[in-house]
Write a protein of this length. Structure first.
Length: 714
């Protein structure tokens, strides 16, 4: 065996054990929070597929927001996958396939890939559920294939049938039915090779294969029996090392002893055994929030003669609600609310502000105007009727819906920027120490040369107003653990790394993650501007700006950004010094809120940090509890290389954020971040600015206000 393969085996010897331990830890976490389990229909992971029977996929989908951790083994592979149900009809997974004969074996080769599954028809009484899937849509060719599958439930039985291309159809039962659509579909398709799989390979090949199967839900709770017939003939393995392929049939079972945890086994072809383990849970059931629940102030059942705008600000500041420039006219009370984006929803903060305004507005005021601001940016003024507030909160004779019917959006008169306002810190910053903690976890299942890579850090971060439009912020990063030290044992270093020196940043115990100042302003209605300078992120310092046009009550937004950045040197104290490399980076950006979903499509195009040019597509889903899921793919004109001679022009991954601000002893705004992305890459890398305008203005958006309006009375 060649030296490079021996080195690879030494590198990834413990990866399977580490991954199994990590998944068992995740299962323990699920058991700590009983409500964080999955209580939907019984499902299991199929070999190398997001969901399915034993060795073939089905057309079923998990509930939106479900996160899955899967491990399956069948000679000669172990498959480990992390997948996310981004939408009701879209699932994306990151998979690492290891060439071994058992879970205790040493991997000889690694075959990472990104899998996707789209539902194109929901099941009805007479019509089956139909889904389209792509295995290794971006990844190694050996595991690549596509399939079209239909599933129909009848009583306790679930019937599945489909056709496959590439590996999923290597049985070659029929000529490719798509060949009439063009030469792309009729060309020969290699089932192995070091070049990455991509769109040029999708649904190609001269022949396809058919597969099918059946699942039976037994009377015993959590137990299902499964049988299938697959169309994978292991052509690449037979050519590579004279593999003895099993017969295409399988019989197996799956058992779910606890919601969100299942295991199963199957006999494949009469002479091979398959095993699988699945852990899953919906993000919607995550018990964390960005803030602890507090008791709302008591609303007086009567109106007093005294009108005291100062009392409104002071009373609100006592519960962390920052109001400033409060004015009382004869019939209208107006205040500016310095909302916190990493906190409770904007309607919740508006509702708390309205309570204090009602208590101290005197007898004649009938309208309450609240102007929401976030770090110098503002949305439209929100007018509430005082009588509706009193009816709903003092006499329990109203509802959020009735408050909504009486509410009005209006133009904004900005607060005067006076010296007195600058001095009145409670009017700009919530009282108390507003440091938040972030547990940052970076995980990669997408490496051909290093197996599973990980890095865990703890970030302490804080932002403060200096003036209504000038914000400062800083963060320290404590590196807790990683295995990035081996990333360059095989992979060569580049002279001018973008993120290829992540292992050197991880070696330092403590570094300055960010240290910056920014100026933000809403220059016209719906038009926002930001200029930021300093240590913008862990690896780059610089100066730049962003402009965003986000029309209120519209689904789209447009923006642009540009930064002159300087690479930080991890060998300097706290990684504050530059290494001499600098680059101008910038992008045009667009966002679209997809109707009838909680999804946002983001598009960006421009120049990345390696001076490469390309674009990014991302889908993000936001949840009511503050959690976020994001899947993205970036393609540029620069490539990253691996030790086997392969190149990839694509950088992709999954990210999710889980709030922890309501956990005892943790400060509000704390969260867990998990990034499942390739580590140490240089191509397709974008700057991570500290004050992204779209994220900052999300609480000011019509979508956010509508979605969380029920919290106005909480």
């Amino acid at each position: 065996m060649s030296e490079r393969f021996v080195t690879l085996r030494q590198l990834v010897r413990t990866d399977i054990v580490r991954l199994a331990f990590w998944m068992l830890w995740a299962g323990f976490t699920l058991s700590v929070w009983p409500d964080f389990g999955y209580a939907g229909e019984h499902s299991s992971v199929a070999l190398q597929k997001p969901r399915g029977l034993n060795t073939v996929p089905d057309a079923r989908m998990d509930p939106a927001g479900t996160v899955r951790f899967d491990v399956a083994t069948l000679d000669p592979y172990v498959h480990a996958a992390l997948s996310v149900q981004l939408a009701d009809s879209l699932a994306i997974g990151l998979r690492q396939t290891m060439e071994v004969s058992s879970i205790n074996g040493d991997p000889d080769r690694l075959y990472p890939g990104i899998d996707a599954k789209i539902r194109i028809n929901r099941e009805s009484r007479y019509v089956p559920s139909v889904s389209l899937g792509i295995l290794s849509a971006l990844g190694h060719k050996r595991m690549a294939g596509e399939y079209l599958v239909a599933s129909k439930r009848w009583k306790d039985f679930d019937l599945t049938a489909g056709m496959g291309w590439g590996r999923a159809g290597s049985a070659g039962h029929l000529k490719n039915p798509l060949r009439f659509l063009g030469s792309h579909f009729d060309k020969k398709r290699p089932l192995d090779g070091e070049g990455p799989n991509g769109p040029d390979d999708w649904f190609t090949g001269e022949q396809i294969g058919f597969f099918g199967g059946i699942a039976y839900e037994t009377p015993w709770d959590g137990l299902s029996l499964k049988a299938d017939w697959n169309a994978d003939r292991y052509r690449a393995e037979q050519d590579a090392f004279d593999y003895n392929a099993p017969a295409p049939w399988s019989l197996g079972f799956d058992y779910m002893p606890y919601p969100g945890i299942s295991a199963g086994a199957a006999l494949v072809g009469g002479d091979k055994l398959m095993g699988r383990l699945r852990l899953q849970s919906p993000v919607t059931a995550w018990p964390g929030r960005y803030e602890k629940k507090t008791t709302p102030p008591i609303l007086r059942p009567y109106r007093t003669n005294e009108a005291a705008p100062g009392a409104i600000d002071i009373a609100a500041s006592r519960e962390g609600i920052a109001l400033y420039d409060t004015r009382l006219d004869t019939y209208v009370a107006t205040t500016h609310l310095a909302a916190r984006s990493e906190a409770s929803s904007l309607p919740h903060q508006i509702g708390r502000a309205a309570r204090h305004m009602t208590n101290h507005a005197g007898k004649t005021v009938e309208a309450l105007d609240v102007v929401p601001t976030i770090y110098g940016l503002h949305g439209p003024s929100i007018r509430l009727l005082r009588r509706d507030i009193e009816a709903a909160l003092a006499r329990n004779q109203g509802s959020p819906q009735e408050l909504w019917r009486g509410m009005q959006f209006g133009p904004v008169r900005e607060a005067p920027e006076t010296v007195a306002l600058y001095r009145y810190q409670p009017g700009l910053n919530p009282p108390g120490w507003r440091l938040r903690l972030i547990l940052d976890n970076q995980l990669s299942l997408s490496e051909e040369d290093s197996g599973v890579l990980y890095r865990t850090s703890l970030i302490a971060e804080e932002r403060k107003h200096l003036t209504p439009h000038i914000v400062t912020g800083g963060a320290l990063r404590l590196n807790i653990g990683d295995n990035l030290g081996r990333i360059h044992d095989i992979r060569p270093r580049t002279a001018l790394p973008v993120r290829g020196d992540v292992d050197r940043f991880a070696q330092a115990t403590v570094t300055v993650d960010r240290l910056y100042a920014g100026w933000l302003k809403t220059v016209k209605p719906d038009l926002h501007l930001a200029v930021t300078g300093g240590h913008l992120e862990e690896m780059y310092s610089g100066l730049g700006g962003e402009i965003l046009w986000r029309p209120f009550q519209k689904r789209f937004a447009l923006g642009a950004e540009a930064y002159q950045v300087f690479k930080r040197d991890p060998a300097t104290a706290l990684a504050l010094g530059p290494n001499g490399d600098h680059v101008l980076t910038g992008h045009l950006q667009g966002w679209y809120e997809i109707p009838e979903t909680d999804l946002t499509l983001q598009m960006r195009a421009g120049r990345y940090l390696a001076e490469d040019v390309g674009g990014t597509l991302a889908l993000e889903r936001r949840f009511d509890n503050g959690a976020r899921l994001t899947g993205f793919v970036t393609a540029t004109d620069a490539a990253d290389f691996d030790l086997f001679g392969g190149t990839t022009y694509v950088y992709s991954g999954l990210r999710w954020t889980l709030p922890l601000g309501n956990v005892k002893y943790l400060p509000p705004g704390s969260e867990i971040r998990v990034s499942a992305v390739p580590q140490g890459r240089n191509a397709g890398q974008a700057l991570d600015p500290p004050l992204p305008l779209y994220d900052l203005t999300e609480p000011l958006s019509y979508r956010h206000i509508v979605r969380h309006w029920r919290e106005v009375v909480e």
